[in-house]
Design a binder for this molecule. Structure first.
Ligand SMILES: [Zn+2]
Ligand SMILES: [Zn+2]
Ligand SMILES: [Zn+2]
Length: 285
């Protein structure tokens, strides 16, 4: 099995687990009027949604370039993540709205044995998901899996926070449920913002590499006198580079052409993620 189908299979397993716990927490949180549990469930749902985007991304990005999309299809994944941010912002807003309403009309959540059981099972599942993703991520050198495993670790702390809240509610501090739910809503909104920032950087062509990095490679290529007007854009795994170089006016077009290919192969070989290099040549006398 190739790397992508392995990553895909792992993501599907994690997705099923994520959504299983997510919906259990959302539904049971609503039944028992426990806002922090519902918020934690919404958070897990958002994580599952990002896994779906990861899957779609791998599938779409694998499609070859065509006439309509000569630069390939990778940005479709970036575009799709905007959908996740909308879901996350709406969820965070709703949790905060409910929390605000509870300040004026306090509600005591019912904390049952099943509430604790559900949260403990969540923590156990997340713990194994984290270890599994981390190991597989390094084994397959997959950024998606490694990043997701780090994220899953922070989810474990959120769930432990909910368990602590359930204890507090049980001994009479019902208002803590509202506070913890609001904190989780802020976390949800924050991860929405982070995704939005990352996606808009890619979609709006923020530069991805420093000039010094490009200069460091290109200046070492024999025959290059100087380099200017460096521009980079694109996803971290699909970086496009444009640059101007000055070469000797006496150089033969055959050599100049070879030189431009040399620059391209050096950049692609030394800086991971570069997929496209455009060299513009200028003569100096
Ligand atoms: Zn999460
Ligand atoms: Zn120029
Ligand atoms: Zn050529």
């Amino acid at each position: 099995m190739d790397k992508f189908s392995q990553v895909r299979r792992i993501l599907i397993v994690i997705l099923v687990l994520n959504w299983l716990v997510a919906f259990s927490k959302i539904i049971y949180g609503i039944i028992t009027k426990c806002a922090s549990m519902t918020a934690d469930g919404v958070h897990s749902f958002g994580d599952g949604a990002s896994n779906v985007i990861g899957l779609v991304g791998i599938w779409v990005a694998a499609r070859p370039r065509d006439e309509d999309h000569p630069y390939g299809h990778k940005k479709f994944e970036t575009f799709a993540t905007l959908g996740i941010t909308v879901i996350l912002f709406i969820a965070a807003f709703n949790i905060l709205k409910d929390a605000f309403a509870r300040v004026f009309h306090p509600i005591a959540p019912d904390v049952t044995v099943f509430s604790f059981a559900l949260m403990v099972v969540t923590v156990i599942i997340n713990f194994f998901v984290m270890r599994y993703e981390h190991r597989k991520g390094h084994q397959l050198s997959s950024d998606i899996l490694v990043c997701d495993s780090i994220h899953t670790r922070s989810d474990i702390f959120a769930s432990l926070g909910v368990i602590a809240t359930l204890v507090a509610v049980k001994i009479g501090f019902s208002f803590l449920d509202t506070i913890v739910a609001s904190l989780i809503a802020v976390l949800i909104a924050k991860s929405g913002l982070e995704i939005l920032k990352r996606s808009s950087d890619v979609l709006c062509d923020a530069s991805v590499l420093s000039d010094a990095m490009i200069e460091g490679v290109v200046n070492k290529v024999p025959g290059i006198r100087s380099i200017h007007n460096i521009r980079t854009h694109g996803r971290k795994d699909d970086i496009h580079v444009d640059l101007h170089v000055k070469i000797d006016a006496e150089m033969h077009i055959d050599d100049a052409h070879k030189l431009s290919h040399k620059i391209e192969s050096e950049l692609k070989g030394r800086i991971p993620g570069i997929t496209n290099v455009n060299v513009h040549m200028e003569p100096i006398r």
